[in-house]
Design a protein around this ligand. Structure first.
Ligand code: PEP
Length: 251
């Protein structure tokens, strides 16, 4: 039986005051956790320590939004996995479509970041997903397979035992237009089939979460699907009431 995971991706939003208020609003409902669900908060880097402090003793896990592919050295502006681990970060998002598109991160770099995360003891949340054009031209599964293959080639299928996959169709991120329940379930099942070709047991055990305009309204249906193990939540995670309802909708 796979555990569920809900991760909040706050992207480049917030301030110390905003985060104090948001975490303060989350704690009464989430500090004791939600049964069977890993709850992860991914603030922007400068606020990691603040979130760690505010959520001390609570069942909330710290995550980061990015990682450098290198461990140390002359890489101005970058942040290594070791540094994240030093701040008790446990999860790190790699390959988010905003970074693939806006920061020109390609599959090879994402694969190296995945390796760097695991080398530092972090659990990578590997984002994969197709654009609207790719979906409309019937290539969605092929695109996702290529993104996944880059990591499998670099790390091997066993590496997925300590990783999370986030299926995030690019056209659904921040658009208010979520994938339908069946579109999401079909792709999650397809990802599991791709992994099963390498190792059926890993395919059954890896957590695959969905991201893309998840709201309290669509979350219960999405999370009830057999291959959807939770969500990566952007916009709705900036509102405490929405995020709490999303977390509590995992059955
Ligand atoms: C995301 O940023 O990973 C995301 C899924 O965003 P949103 O929930 O706003 O679509």
């Amino acid at each position: 039986m796979r555990r569920a995971l809900i991760a909040a991706n706050w992207k480049m939003h917030g301030s110390r005051d905003f985060i104090r208020e948001l975490v303060g609003q989350l704690l009464p409902s989430l500090s004791n956790g939600v049964n069977g669900v890993d709850l992860v908060l991914c603030p922007p880097f400068p606020y990691l320590a603040q979130v760690a402090e505010l959520s001390r003793g609570a069942e909330l896990i710290l995550g980061a939004q990015n990682i450098c592919s290198e461990h140390e050295g002359a890489f101005t502006g970058e942040i290594s996995g070791r540094m994240l681990a030093d701040f008790k970060v446990r999860y790190v998002i790699v390959g988010h479509s905003e970074r693939r598109k806006l920061m020109a991160e390609n599959d090879a770099l994402v694969a190296r970041k995945f390796v760097a995360a695991q080398a530092s003891g972090l659990i990578p949340v590997l984002c994969v997903g197709e654009t609207l054009d790719e979906r409309n031209s019937g290539n969605a599964a092929q695109v996702v397979e290529q993104q996944l293959s880059a990591v499998l080639e670099g790390s091997g299928v066993e590496a997925l035992r300590s990783a999370v996959i986030a299926y995030e169709p690019v056209w659904a991120i921040g658009t208010g237009c979520s994938a339908s329940t069946s579109q999401a379930q079909d792709m999650h099942a397809s990802i599991r089939r791709m992994i099963a070709e390498h190792d059926p047991e890993v395919a059954q055990s890896v957590q695959i979460v969905y991201g893309g305009s998840v709201t309290p309204d669509n979350a219960p249906d999405l999370f009830s699907q057999p291959d959807i193990d939770g969500g990566l939540i952007g916009g709705a995670s900036l509102n405490a009431e929405s995020f709490i309802r999303i977390c509590q909708s995992v059955s």
